[in-house]
Design a protein around this ligand. Structure first.
Ligand code: MG
Ligand code: MG
Length: 258
């Protein structure tokens, strides 16, 4: 399996990049209020990243299978949009109660971290609040399972258990990934799995874990823009993501503000 193990020096760079990225995402989240536009939020994220001397990793990046580079610094995905919403081409005004996924990546000293949170603009309904809370809980459960020597399947099983317990659609067509030198590296980290199966999590492996839950079907479809994934049944979705470093014991979350 072709994945890279990061050195302690590289992980130190990723730690600083992750800290900066968490700061950017938190600041954009504070500005994700009713009346704000996705165009403004994209401009804000790009400005914050460039001000720190870093690069927005998603801008100009062409993932495998895509026909053109991604045109923005951040993905903004609202309500039935699961991930990869384009904020600047598909300009939208944020409305009260919208469920908004903010997914961003930065390149700091040549190394990439990837981080997403979901917020509710203004006041959301109780179901939206729970969807967001439980998707975040699933991310943390996945991270807790990612101890050195465990298997990739342990992560998926932990994420899946939280989704199943609450009856959510667990998006399985998309998932987490190795990250660092490129936005997407091996190995793939599914959001479903069987404990004890899959490759072994080796210290120095850096991965993004990113559960996506929906209020309905787990199935997604790609919109004609080539990037935005929406739920097939129009149900609402939430998405959380951290970049973590595998260690001998508990993993280190890199995408946190210190
Ligand atoms: Mg991401
Ligand atoms: Mg990712």
């Amino acid at each position: 399996m072709a994945f890279t193990i990061k050195s302690p020096e590289e992980i130190a760079v990723l730690r600083e990049g992750g800290r900066r990225l968490a700061h950017v995402v938190a600041k954009v989240a504070r500005n994700t209020v009713p009346g704000a536009t996705t165009v403004e939020l994209n401009a804000l994220s790009e400005k914050l990243i460039l001000e720190m001397g870093d690069q927005p990793s998603f801008l100009g990046y062409t993932p495998r299978g895509a026909k053109r580079p991604f045109p923005a610094a951040i993905c903004i995905s609202i309500n039935d949009e699961v991930v990869h919403g384009i904020p600047n081409e598909n300009a939208r005004v944020i409305e009260e109660g919208d469920i908004i996924g903010l997914d961003c990546g930065i390149t700091h000293k040549g190394l990439i971290t990837d981080h997403a949170i979901t917020v509710i603009a203004g006041t959301g309904d109780a179901k939206a609040e729970q969807l967001v809370r439980k998707t975040k809980e699933a991310l943390m459960a996945g991270i807790r399972a990612a101890i050195g020597g465990a298997k990739v399947g342990d992560i998926g099983a932990a994420v899946e258990a939280v989704g199943k317990k609450h009856g959510y659609g667990i998006v399985f067509e998309l998932g987490g990934h190795g990250v660092g030198h490129r936005v997407h590296e091996e190995p793939y980290i599914p959001n479903m799995g069987v404990q004890g199966e899959g490759i072994t999590l080796i210290p120095g492996l850096v991965i993004a874990i990113e559960p996506m839950f929906t209020e309905g079907t787990p199935r997604v479809k790609l919109m004609p823009d080539g990037y935005t994934f929406v739920t097939k049944d129009g149900s609402r979705a939430a998405h959380f993501e951290h970049t973590i470093a595998i260690t001998e014991g508990e993993p280190e979350i890199l995408t946190v503000e210190i």
